[in-house]
Ligand binder design. Structure first.
Ligand code: ATP
Ligand code: MG
Length: 236
């Protein structure tokens, strides 16, 4: 199966070449575990290779992501400027539309339809899609509605042949009974291990599944440095 580089050499080795082309991968983990940074690596590498990429943001400011990518030496701004990367910021679109703060909570509930509407309009030439964070789709939705809408999004992306990274915070992932984990082709979980003695947190990446690929069933220790995600152990 053809793969697209994750943007991290050691992770490409772990996943036997990278993320499977045209498939959906879910990245989940607690706050600050490196989910967005994995998305930045993936976008940066594929933009650099001339692919057409889309980043959909539901909770963060575009400016913050651009600054984060710049500080990691994985600057996304040039690709935004040359049109290779499109950023659709559903959160900012809502902020601009909603005048009264009291209506804001209600506004966020509609992100699902916004994402579906937007994805229905994208060109078939899009290679890579990163959605950060689909957890907001679970807000005020019952599990069946959420599953239906997640399926719709997955089907649109699959039909378009997009290689997709769904980023989902761990709380929403658990709240939705880890349903999205069953629905995607690949699942990567990031975990944090607190060590009160040393005061340092250890980060582990676990490739829980990658259909059609032989992946090591083990936790790989990683760190986040000024260069982004660096895998320390667990490489075959
Ligand atoms: N230059 C750097 N050097 C070391 N660590 C860094 C650097 N830049 C970011 N980090 C670490 O990366 C973490 C942020 O990673 P990231 O934004 O990918 O997390 P996340 O899983 O997306 O979190 P959230 O769920 O809040 O969106 C920060 O908490 C910080 O500890
Ligand atoms: Mg994030």
């Amino acid at each position: 199966m053809e793969s697209l580089s994750t943007g991290i050499e050691e992770l490409d080795i772990l996943i036997d070449g990278g993320y499977p082309k045209g498939k959906s991968i879910l990245i989940t983990g607690p706050p600050g575990s490196g989910k967005t940074i994995l998305g930045i690596h993936f976008l940066h590498r594929n933009c650099k290779e001339g692919k057409k990429c889309i980043l959909i943001l539901t909770r963060e400011l575009t400016e913050d992501i651009l600054n984060q990518s710049h500080s990691l030496n994985l600057d996304l701004k040039p690709f935004l400027e040359n049109g290779q990367l499109t950023i659709k910021n559903i959160f900012e679109d809502k902020m601009n539309k909603i005048k009264s703060a009291s209506k804001f909570g209600k506004g966020l509930c509609a992100v699902n339809t916004d994402i579906i509407e937007y994805l229905s309009s994208i060109s078939s030439e899009v290679d890579v899609v990163v959605i950060d964070n689909i957890g907001v789709m679970a807000i005020n939705h019952d599990i069946r509605e959420f599953a239906d809408e997640f399926s719709s999004i997955s089907i649109i992306l699959l039909k378009n042949g997009c290689t997709t990274l769904f980023i989902m915070d761990e709380d929403s992932y658990n709240l939705t009974h880890r349903l999205t984990g069953y629905m995607v082709f690949g699942l990567i979980r990031l975990t944090l291990q607190e060590n009160f003695k040393s005061g340092k947190t250890k980060k582990y990446l676990y490739i829980e599944k990658m259909r059609d690929k032989a992946v090591p069933v083990k936790y790989s220790l990683f760190d986040i440095t000024s260069e982004g995600v660096q895998i320390i152990t667990g490489i075959r």
